[in-house]
Design a protein around this ligand. Structure first.
Ligand SMILES: C[S@@+](CC[C@H](N)C(=O)[O-])C[C@H]1O[C@@H](n2cnc3c(N)ncnc32)[C@H](O)[C@@H]1O
Length: 228
């Protein structure tokens, strides 16, 4: 077993604590907002929980549309700054390293979103995490789980405007930012997890993003909508 795998929980925690005071101006994710729109989710007076809030851009979008917003994150300073800046009640936000414990939450939510965060959990925390989310999701609620399914690297120079992923790209086994402790989760693994969690799979889509800093890489992002 490699050192990173043995110490995975510590590696994740260290990686994120280092960025606690970094200021990033993020934007709401278009695929996520469209997907929620397609579910005909009416935001007004709904409770929405974001697991791994990042800079909170998605939460602010949900608030604008009328929801009460809640969040969980490993980074305390990020949560404190986010609440202060946006005049949000601190009690709606939970500081927790999900690799070690889940916050005690007595509420239930109409929508739970976990985007670009699930793959920072150690393998033995995946199923307990899904069960934790299932418990705090309303009977008719939606749980949106997004993760990176694959990364592709350009293998030969594309012609101008060419976009064929199968011809010009090959699958990578690791995320292109080698110090970012992202686990790429295979479809068989996720399929088994969902079955074990007893969630129902309602929607299954993907989108593709490219990296502006390193144009050679393309990321396949999988979005699942799960329900009780
Ligand atoms: C890549 S960011 C994604 C942010 C946001 N969901 C988005 O899509 O823009 C990952 C977020 O998960 C949080 N996170 C990472 N590992 C975590 C852990 N073990 N427990 C709780 N939060 C964690 C990070 O602090 C960060 O805010």
């Amino acid at each position: 077993m490699s050192d990173i795998k043995k110490n995975y929980k510590k590696v994740v925690s260290k990686y994120w604590q280092k960025t606690d005071s970094k200021i990033n101006a993020s934007v709401p994710n278009e695929t996520l907002i469209r997907l929620i729109g397609n579910l005909k989710f009416s935001y007004k007076r709904k409770k929405v929980l974001d697991v791994g809030i990042g800079d909170g851009a998605n939460l602010i979008e949900f608030k604008k549309r009328g929801s009460s917003i809640f969040g969980i994150d490993i980074r305390k300073k990020k949560i404190l700054d986010f609440c202060k800046k946006n005049h949000l009640p601190r009690k709606n936000f939970y500081v927790s390293d999900l690799n070690y414990n889940f916050p005690k939450i007595k509420k239930n939510f109409d929508l739970i979103v976990c985007k670009d965060t699930f793959y920072y959990l150690d393998y033995n925390r995946h199923l307990p995490f899904l069960k934790f989310c299932k418990k705090i999701l309303n009977k008719k609620g939606h749980f949106i789980l997004q993760f990176i399914q694959a990364e592709l690297k350009e293998k030969k120079k594309k012609k101008l405007f060419d976009y064929s992923l199968s011809k010009n790209f090959k699958k990578e086994t690791k995320y292109h930012e080698r110090n970012n402790p992202i686990n790429i989760l295979t479809r068989g693994y996720i399929n088994n997890l969902i079955q074990s969690s007893k969630f129902k799979l309602k929607v299954n889509i993907f989108d593709v993003s490219t990296h502006l800093k390193d144009k050679k890489f393309v990321t396949i992002n999988r979005y699942l909508v799960l329900s009780n």
